[in-house]
Design a protein around this ligand. Structure first.
Ligand SMILES: Nc1nc2c(c(=O)[nH]1)N[C@H]1C(S)=C(S)[C@@H](COP(=O)(O)OP(=O)(O)OC[C@H]3O[C@@H](n4cnc5c(N)ncnc54)[C@H](O)[C@@H]3O)O[C@H]1N2
Ligand code: MOO
Length: 644
């Protein structure tokens, strides 16, 4: 089969226009359903009230129903007695019909009743129709309740029932069929433990189905279809021939040797667009078969979602007569340079938080295969195709993926990463009010720079000063000269060599790193672990140049662990937790202190006070110690920073 490379990439708006204009009048049919079940549905025609509400004059208060004119003149110095026994005044409860001839209600607390309750004395009058809900006050029979294409809300259901409409005619839900394709995919439900080697857990169909249901659709997901041209074609044809209104075929959209989606759509129908100048989502295919929209969504999870949100969710809304609200945006200061490829509109997932009076936004990784860039993000930055990127410190427009209030409660923690931060995040989210902790990993020195530039609430740091043996203090003095900061110990943790299980190369100390048969994997310059390694090498009088792999750098403990596990390296320096996560052996080298650096002016923020409270609780400390490789002997201590 010839590979099909997409040639005519369309800008997002043009692709949307080409696709949607083809389905301008593509609406779902109608159905009549019980009003009780109509919330979330869309009216297919105008709905008029059949009955008025109230349908009778009814008491709005508990008290005495009276003829208002009988109360005129009542005052403190002119009490009026109403005769209950004769029916001049009648006891009545809220919501009950007004007795014939009565036109007002005196609230019971304004009536002094005689002991036998046969008479009531009042000291103020009521005016006609006071405390009475008149016929049709709320709804008048025949009036318009809802126009066509109205999204029915829960209160609307009450209005429908009250107006005597037990049923309502609504647009049918659009029916969507999703076909996940890929020989490499497995359904997690059929995996006993871990997927077989080389297999990827299928997840896109579930997320697209959830998005479609949120958009009012009924969804069918087929089984996973292997990358086989005829097989894909047969399944696509039967999906189109079924009652589906829209068909999604996931993956196989790009230029791989087994990427058949575009040919299949082309053979069965017409390809309107293949390739959109957005990233993620570039290989999106928009087509039509037998008059039905068929979308080939890219396989990478983030690409699949963004493509679906840009093309399919609005189509589902249009088919129901709805239009989607514009995203809510806010201005934020960009915490890092974000170079971008011109000619492609980039959707960068961001973490935003409020530092002082302004929002600050930090970019997450770019990779479209990393679903956590969407689960962790609380905002999206769209860098237009015409731009070559944004620079650190510039003010940008971000689209909010969470309510602004929640974003403003987000604690930004930038710097070195430690698993205790994840624990802290969980503890913070369990507290009330819940504060999310969003940590981004740029190394200890990167964190200090973020504090300097007002881009974070706190920074995790473990920078050893080899001269003094002290952590972080000298770096703060050097780089944060004009900032008043607090240095709070979070944990002490073991750093050691991660080696493959059983330590096949017999690595015992830093001296082994210089052996010819050992390949090392390093951490990036500016990371605390790198500083620590250099210190250990210096102490042992070893020359870094003789260590094979000294120049190979990774950015996280886990990335180092992966390099060791994969055999790319024999050893790397890191924390016990990372070694454990991948089943590696661990040779302890030293214990180091990991601190939180927090500007003084933030110490009184409620969110930071909660952090400082939580880390001193025994529950938190126990949870830290239970992870292994950690000590909480000084957790919560404030390290004194002597001014120089
Ligand atoms: N030579 C080129 N290669 C690629 C290009 C390109 O322009 N030239 N584009 C890249 C981009 S951008 C994307 S996006 C992907 C899209 O790939 P496909 O739509 O062809 O999808 P696959 O290659 O089959 O899968 C990609 C990736 O996603 C995983 N996947 C697929 N389906 C699912 C699912 N239902 N649930 C979870 N994960 C899924 C799949 O295993 C792969 O890892 O192509 C690039 N390549
Ligand atoms: O355009 Mo692809 O969809 O970035 O990952």
């Amino acid at each position: 089969m010839k590979r099909k490379i997409y040639l005519n990439m369309q800008p997002l708006e043009e692709a949307q226009r080409l696709f949607w204009s083809r389905f301008k009048d593509y609406a779902t049919g109608e159905e009549t359903i019980p009003s009780r079940e109509a919330a979330g549905r869309v009216t297919a025609a105008a709905v008029s009230a059949r009955l008025s509400s109230p349908s009778f004059h009814s008491a709005a208060m508990d008290g005495l129903a009276v003829k208002a004119e009988d109360t005129f003149g009542a005052a403190d110095d002119n009490p009026i007695t109403l005769d209950i026994e004769s029916g001049q005044a009648v006891f009545i409860n809220t919501g009950h019909p007004m007795p014939e001839g009565k036109d007002a209600v005196v609230m019971i607390e304004h009536v002094l009743l005689t002991d036998d309750q046969k008479q009531g004395v009042i000291r103020a009058p009521v005016y006609p129709w006071q405390n009475v809900r008149k016929v049709g006050e709320d709804i008048v029979a025949t009036e318009l309740l809802f126009p066509s294409n109205h999204l029915i809300t829960p209160p609307d259901v009450a209005a429908l029932l009250t107006a005597g409409c037990p049923q309502v005619t609504v647009r049918k839900r659009p029916r969507l069929t999703i076909i996940p394709t890929g020989t490499e995919l497995v359904d997690l439900e059929y995996c006993t433990d871990t997927p077989p080697p080389g297999k990827t857990i299928e997840s896109n169909s579930a997320v697209l189905a959830a998005l479609a249901r949120q958009a009012g659709s009924e969804v069918t997901v087929t089984k996973i279809i292997a990358d086989d041209y005829e097989n894909i074609k047969n399944h696509l044809r039967s999906a189109v021939e079924s009652d589906a209104d829209v068909v999604i075929i996931n993956a196989g959209s790009s230029a791989g040797s087994a990427d058949y989606t575009v040919q299949v759509i082309d053979e069965l129908g017409e390809v309107l667009v293949h390739g959109v100048t957005i990233m993620p989502g570039k290989p999106t295919i928009l087509g039509v078969i037998d008059g039905k929209p068929v979308v080939g969504n890219p396989g990478y999870p983030v690409s699949a979602i963004i493509s679906f949100e840009q093309f399919v969710v609005p189509l589902l809304a249009m088919m129901q007569g709805l239009s989607l609200p514009d995203p809510i945006t806010a201005r934020a200061v960009l915490a890092r340079d974000l170079p971008s490829r011109g000619g492609i509109e980039e959707f960068r997932r961001m973490i935003a938080g409020k530092i002082g009076a302004q929002l600050v936004a930090l970019p997450l990784k770019k990779g479209a295969g990393a679903i956590t860039t969407l689960t962790r993000a609380n905002a999206m930055l769209r860098i237009p195709a015409s731009s070559e990127g944004e620079t650190r410190g510039s003010v940008v427009n971000i689209e909010l993926l969470r309510p602004l209030e929640q974003i403003e409660k987000t604690i930004l923690c930038t710097g070195s990463h430690d698993l205790c931060l994840d624990l802290l995040h969980d503890f913070l989210k369990k507290s009330t009010p819940a504060y999310p902790l969003a940590s981004t990993h740029v190394g200890s020195l990167g964190g200090i720079m973020a504090i300097r530039d007002n881009m974070t609430h706190m920074a995790g740091s473990h920078l050893l000063d080899p001269e003094t043996g002290e952590y972080n203090v000298s770096y703060i003095k050097r780089y944060l000269k004009n900032r008043e900061v607090a240095l709070i110990t979070l944990v002490h943790r073991q750093q050691g060599f991660m080696v493959r299980p059983g330590n096949p190369k017999g690595i015992e100390s830093v001296h082994d790193l210089t052996r010819e048969d050992i390949t090392f994997i390093n951490r990036q310059a500016g990371s605390g672990t790198r500083v620590l390694l250099d210190h250990e090498l210096e102490k042992a009088d070893l020359d870094p140049d003789v260590i094979s792999g000294y120049d190979a750098e990774e950015y996280t403990h886990m990335a180092v662990a992966v390099a060791v596990l994969s055999g790319k390296a024999d050893a790397g320096l890191g924390i016990l937790a990372a070694a454990r996560a991948l089943g590696l052996d661990f040779i302890p080298v030293t214990e180091e202190r990991y601190d939180l650096i927090i500007p003084e002016e933030f110490l009184n923020l409620e969110m930071i006070r909660r952090v400082l409270e939580i880390i001193t609780t025994s529950e938190f400390k126990q949870a830290v110690e239970a992870m292994g490789g950690y000590s909480t002997k000084e957790t919560g201590n404030r390290v004194t920073l002597k001014s120089t």
